[in-house]
Each structure stands twice: as C-alpha cells, then as structure tokens.
Design a protein around this ligand. Sequence first.
Ligand SMILES: [Fe+2]
Ligand SMILES: [Fe+2]
Length: 299
Amino acid sequence: MEHSHTASPQIAATTAKLTVRRLGVDLSQGFSRHWNGGDAFLTAYCNALSMSFPVGEQFFVDSVKAGLKALPDTPDNAALRETAKGFIGQEATHRRLHSLYNAHLLKQGLHNAWEPRTAQRIAKAHQDFFSKSDKPYLHMLAVTAAFEHYTAIFGDLTLEDLDGPGDMFAHAEEPLKTLWRWHAAEESEHKTVAFDLYQRLGGNHGWRLRWFTFVSVQFTLDIIRQTVNNLRHDQTLHKPSTWWSAFKFTFGTHGLVWRVVKPLLAYRRQDFHPNDVGSPTAATNWLTRHADRWTPVGQ
Ligand SMILES: [Fe+2]
Ligand SMILES: [Fe+2]
C-alpha cells in the first residue's frame, strides 16, 4: 500500500485566504419536525446529511492537519498553509453548529446510526490501513478530497438556483435555511484545499480515484440508510407522498442524478481540479448578500 510519489501536474495556482465566520443563527428554539418545506423526505434527507457532519468533518480536519505537518515550510507553500488554516476553522464551525442541530434531531426522536458507524470505520481504517502506509496523510487526504468533492457539488446544487425549482431549500424554515446555505457557501469556498494539499504532497491519480470510488459507494449507501432510518422514526416511510418526493428529488426535471453526473465524472480525469466545475461566484454572491447574517472571527 505504498503511495507512489508521482504527482499529477495540476496544482492550483491561486489560493485565497479563507474567512472563518460566526453565523448569526439561533438554534436554541429548535425547529419543526418537517422544517424543509413540510416535506418529510427532503427533511429526512438533509437531517441525515447533518448527522454525518460532526464526525466526518473532524476526519477532514485531522487529514488536513496531518497533511500540514508533512508540508515543507517553504515560501512556496505559505499560501496553501494559510488557506488550510482557514479550512480547519471553517470545518470546526460547521461541526459545532451541526452538533447543536443534531441534538434537536435526537429530541425529535430520530436516531443517528451513521455517526457511530463512521467513527468505528475511521478507527478501523487507522488501525488496519493508514498506520501501515508510509504516508498515511496522503490516503487520508484522498478520502477527504473525495468527500469535499461531494460537499462542493452539494454547495453548488444549493446555491446555483436560489429559490428556483432546483433549490431544495427554497421552502425551508429559518434558521435552518440560512445554516444550510452558509455551510454550502463555505464548502464551495474551500473545495480546493484538501485536493491541493494532496497534490502538493505528491498524491497520485490512482489512489485519488480508488478512494473516490470507495467514498462514492460508501456515501451513497450511508445516505440512503440514514434517510430511511429517519423516515422510519418519523413514521413517514410508508407514505406515498414521501416516495413521490424522493423520486422527484432524484429523477425529476431538476433531479439530483442529472445534475451531479458531470462533476462526478470530471473528478476521474487525470487533469481534474476542483475549480474546473461549479460556479465561481455563487458562494461569494450568497455570502455578500447575507453579510448581515455572519461576522468574521479571529482574523
Ligand atoms: Fe463543512
Ligand atoms: Fe468541507
């Protein structure tokens, strides 16, 4: 499982300083059971995603920290190092807010099976795989870059058609509408970090693809399992309206599968870079238009 050192040629030419934001949302009052437009499926699906974040984003932070440790302290790497610090700050904030969000889901009677399963999987990966590699941080970064591709796509799906027919949060209630859009914007904003670190540290194309395939299968199964779990606890699993919504969301005119196929295939290209796909302006536009909802921290 040695990681060969032949890097792909593409490394982002530009890295920007990332702002860590404190979001002005109050989750203390909770939210309705079907907060996403009264739609049981859309709510259960987004709740499932939220359940995976605290443990998943901790792994992303650990991977980037491990990568930073291995990154030579040269002027060439200074900008990437700075951006990576912003990444760590942003993901830490996401974890915190999604933990508060998830605490309310427990109160609503939902059961988070995804989190402990992922925690176990990560522990096992460290024990059986990462620790046996000569460069464990490259494998961790490849896994993180794969997940970050998914979260960046999610960011684009959320922000590119705001309030339009393809916007899954168009009818969501506050404060979750703002929380999801802020998270989407920051995912889009920091989508190059894990990928660039992986490339800069000599990560190769073969392992990038292997981990991407692994993550794709695992993530798809996990999101389906947890969504069904949530619907079961919500007692809406067997309602025809739930299945109709799931079908429209997945295969409808603005369905998920049609929208994700291009960026997912793009990731497999040898010369792929995260900046090749998605909107370069959607995240900045949202953040600028909603500047009253957040304050920068520690800058
Ligand atoms: Fe995040
Ligand atoms: Fe992220």
